[in-house]
Design a protein around this ligand. Structure first.
Ligand code: SPV
Ligand code: MG
Length: 563
């Protein structure tokens, strides 16, 4: 058998196959993995155990995935002793391969049986676009290398036959078989490790994984000294984790596997969050510390599905539109609003309105109409539609809303243009039921720095906020106006509401009535809601606790810049 091209120290050649001399297809996953094994650079692959963790490995920048037997077993709640069947492992691998573009090396344990079981595994792996498999020279069912002292090894010749059978049955020429030598784990020393590694390369292995459970890499480096770069060497420094990567480079190692750290990190995080929610009987404490539901949608690729729905269903199904009221100058910010309305004030590199639009976009609200007035030419952000209220100086919110009659003929959000709001609040609102739903901040009345009865949009609701997330009571808005005594107010409407098609039509109808009466010109949202409530409408309320702000004063602006 020819020498393989894995000489890290001297290799500057295109990787070729030991047995065929062919150049691997560079764009296939199998080709990419082979290049990692054989290139002169030290490569790193990272453990994943399911589709999500595979995506996270790819997101971090790794070029390859280690489908760890230990982690995949643990994630399924079973031991690393072949308790999960090989077809169950294959299922999980298929999700991982579908979730990313990265080459994956399966930790194939001992090959799930003899040569015959292994060659069937290899066939299935190549069919599922897995780039490589690693098998170890122990007995089925396997034992994790870090358990106990007695680790019986496979017969060397039998293991060579297994490698040959695998190589003969791979359907993709670039697929790699990595032979894992457990001689050091079993305490047989470097000479036995070298003897076995040589035999496995003779049998056709594309690389050797040399494993050690020592806390220093000494025996790995002793192996490398005797190995003479005969074929690429892969290591798993779980136990000798303190060794710097440069030491591996100097020793001529080809690939490092970070073997189980996503699973371990996930356990740490899950334990912490479960314990805290159990003890605190509340989600408030952890909400800011875990990824948002929106992040899950993002990594799951929901945007692609939304685009596909548009393409294949021919509809913009489920799309929610928004009208943003941004015509006023911002009376409390005179100096700063000479040349632009307050919605265009800079908040750490982006206008306030841009931040709002971005947040709405992230929650799937992409059709956004902004009613502009003061210095309207400056309100020219990409991806918004604009509607002009040129009478802004003499009119109020309802006059601006009236200009958006095209939006108010179907379900939509109504939103003030001077607010910043965390996306989870928008998500919560989008999921809420009710023809008109208002977001009320129960925490606002407890903020001594800004609280005042002389603010618009103070709310009295059918129930106060109790903080009980499990309680599913429907809460209605009963009053919305300036001047409610603070002891009586249950919070403040944050300037964000949702209407169904019916709710939007109710609002449009009421605005038409107000226009006919001549009361629409200077009316506020509070006036509109007061009229609807008086007519028997029951706008629904969802409570939030902070996590938003509006910008009326220089103090608010400073807060916004720290938000
Ligand atoms: C695995 O990740 O399952 C491995 C590596 O086989 S180790 O646990 O270090 O043996
Ligand atoms: Mg394993």
């Amino acid at each position: 058998m020819a020498d393989l091209s894995g000489n890290k120290a001297t290799s500057n050649v295109t990787p070729i196959h030991a047995n065929t001399g062919e150049v691997p297809r560079p764009h296939s996953r199998q080709g990419k993995f082979r290049e990692m094994l054989t290139s002169p650079d030290l490569a790193f692959i990272m453990e994943a155990h399911n589709g999500l963790s595979a995506k996270i490995v790819e997101e971090a920048g790794f070029k390859g995935i280690w489908a760890s037997g230990l982690s995949m077993s643990a994630a399924l709640g079973v031991r690393d002793s072949n308790e999960a069947s090989w077809t169950q492992v294959l299922e999980a691998l298929e999700f991982m391969a579908d979730a990313t573009q990265l080459p994956i090396m399966l930790d194939g344990d001992t090959g799930y049986g003899n040569f015959n079981n292994f060659r069937r595994l290899v066939k299935k792996l190549t069919q599922r676009n897995v780039a490589a498999v690693c098998i170890e020279d122990k007995l089925f069912p396997k034992t994790n290398s870090f358990i106990g002292d007695f680790q019986p090894l496979a017969n060397m010749d039998e293991f060579c036959g297994k490698i040959k059978a695998g190589k003969d049955s791979q359907e993709d020429a670039d697929f790699s078989i990595v032979a894992r030598v457990e001689a050091l784990i079993a305490g047989h020393g470097v000479d036995e490790a070298l003897r076995r590694a040589n035999a496995y390369v003779e049998a056709g292995a594309d690389a050797i994984l040399m494993h050690s459970k020592k806390s220093t890499p000494d025996e790995i480096f002793a192996f490398m000294d005797g190995w003479n770069n005969r074929a690429p060497v892969v290591i798993v420094p779980t136990m000798y984790y303190a060794t710097p990567a440069d030491a591996f480079r100097e020793a001529g190692i080809s690939m490092v596997i970070w073997a189980n750290h996503n699973l371990r990190a996930a356990m740490t995080a899950m334990r912490d969050v479960s314990r805290r929610i159990f003890e605190e009987e509340s989600l408030t404490g952890i909400e800011g510390e875990v990824v948002s539901v929106r992040d899950i949608f993002k990594i799951a690729g929901n945007q692609e599905l939304a685009d596909a729905e548009k393409r294949y269903l021919g509809t913009d199904a489920g799309a929610m539109r928004a009208v943003v009221l941004a015509a006023s100058r911002g009376s409390g910010l005179d100096e700063l609003t000479q040349d632009r309305p307050k919605c265009m004030l800079d908040i750490r590199g982006r206008p306030l309105l841009q931040r709002l639009v971005d947040n709405l976009n992230q929650s799937g609200v992409r059709d956004i109409s902004v009613v502009r007035g003061y210095r309207k030419q400056t309100v020219d952000l990409p991806k918004i539609k604009t509607i002009d209220n040129d009478e802004f100086a003499a009119t109020g919110e309802i006059a601006s809303l009236a200009k958006a009659s095209d939006v108010l003929n179907d379900s939509c959000l109504i939103c003030y243009g001077d607010i910043m709001v965390r996306s989870h609040i928008v998500d919560q609102l989008l999921e809420a039921e009710g023809d008109i739903v208002m977001v009320v901040d129960s925490f606002w009345t407890q903020r001594p720095d800004i609280v005042s009865a002389e603010r618009d949009d103070l709310a009295v609701c059918s129930e106060p906020f109790t903080g009980d997330y499990l309680e599913d009571k429907v809460i209605y808005l009963e009053e919305l106006r300036r001047g409610i005594e603070l002891e009586k107010a249950h919070g403040r409407w944050i300037g964000l509401a949702k209407c169904t098609s019916r709710g939007a039509k109710l609002i449009a109808g009421e605005i038409a009535t107000m226009e006919a009466e001549g009361s629409a010109t200077t009316a506020s949202m509070d006036d509109l809601m007061t009229r609807l409530i008086a007519k028997g409408e029951k706008p629904r309320v969802i409570y939030v606790s902070g996590n938003w702000l509006d910008v009326n004063t220089a103090y608010d602006l400073a807060n916004a810049r720290n938000f």
